[in-house]
Design a protein. Structure first.
Length: 284
């Protein structure tokens, strides 16, 4: 049985959401009570992972006061949550340069807290990932200190339907500058640019040694339709689901559909486990 790392799961502090954003998360979810339980009880979530055969999970949180509602304190929540099992829960936080006085210092603080990776969500944080080239200087400090601390940066690419999201910022090509300017920084393109910009994401992952992508939020049965040459970049693709995000009914179904794809066993293992395990080694 191939071990699995789901690098993109949203276990979040539900009380920090804006009401309209939380309503979108809840819409049509039959398992919302389970989401509430997992948010409050890491032990319940870990048992859930055990039942699914998932060894480790990336827990994605980010600062977005304007769109989602999360203040900088979301980072401390994520670090505390993942401290329940740091060998299994990979904490992602974020630094929003508009909401902290010292961007670089905050990156260093999060590294000391146990945050393993940073999330940049351009459409929810309302800036483009390369805006440091256009006068948004503190963003450069984020990338510089992330690289210095060995923290991969996951950049959301692709559309968002949350109220107030600005999708003009979410085109993958805007992250090209980041990999050029910060060659020692690991960049992960979340969602592979879905549903509009998959060709851009594929090009960028092939172009840059330091760029990867995850396939979260993409219906697995459509993966080869969107990325027919995915085996060419199998060393740089990470499995993720985006559960319980809109359009992701359950994790087990995603795993089963991915396992049914006609790709080589070696490529499948790299995507499901090896690549994420290499980028996020277990702390001894």
């Amino acid at each position: 049985m191939t071990p699995i790392i789901d690098i993109h799961i949203h276990i979040q502090p539900l009380h920090m959401f804006k009401p309209e954003a939380l309503e979108l998360v809840k819409r049509g979810r039959r398992d919302y009570a389970q989401v509430e339980e997992f948010s409050a009880k890491p032990a319940s979530f870990l048992k859930f992972l055990d039942d699914l055969g998932i060894e480790r999970a990336g827990i994605i949180n980010y600062v977005s006061p304007e769109v989602i509602g999360f203040p900088p304190a979301v980072n401390d929540w994520a670090a505390k949550y993942c401290s329940a099992a740091p060998d299994r829960l990979i904490a992602f936080g974020s630094v929003h340069p508009k909401f902290v006085p010292d961007t670089g210092g905050e990156v260093d603080r999060l590294a000391r807290l146990g945050i393993r990776g940073l999330k940049v969500h351009p459409s929810h944080q309302l800036f483009s990932p390369n805006d440091y080239r256009h006068g948004f200087g503190p963003l450069a400090s984020l990338y510089e200190r992330a690289a210095a601390n060995g923290m991969p940066v996951m950049i959301h690419t692709g559309t968002s339907i949350f109220p107030g999201a600005r999708n003009v910022h979410a085109q993958p090509m805007l992250a090209d500058d980041v990999s050029v300017d910060y060659p020692n920084l690991v960049v992960i393109l979340a969602h592979g640019g879905r549903p509009l910009w998959m060709n851009e994401a594929f090009f960028l992952v092939r172009r840059h040694k330091n760029m990867y992508m995850d396939i979260s939020g993409i219906p697995p049965q459509k993966l080869l339709e969107y990325f027919p040459r995915i085996e060419e970049i199998a060393d740089k693709v990470l499995f993720g689901t985006d559960w319980p995000g809109p359009g992701v009914p359950d994790i087990r179904g995603n795993i089963e559909k991915f396992m049914g794809l006609p790709i080589a066993d070696g490529a499948r293992r790299k995507i499901l486990y090896d690549n994420a395990a290499r980028l996020f080694p277990v702390h001894k």
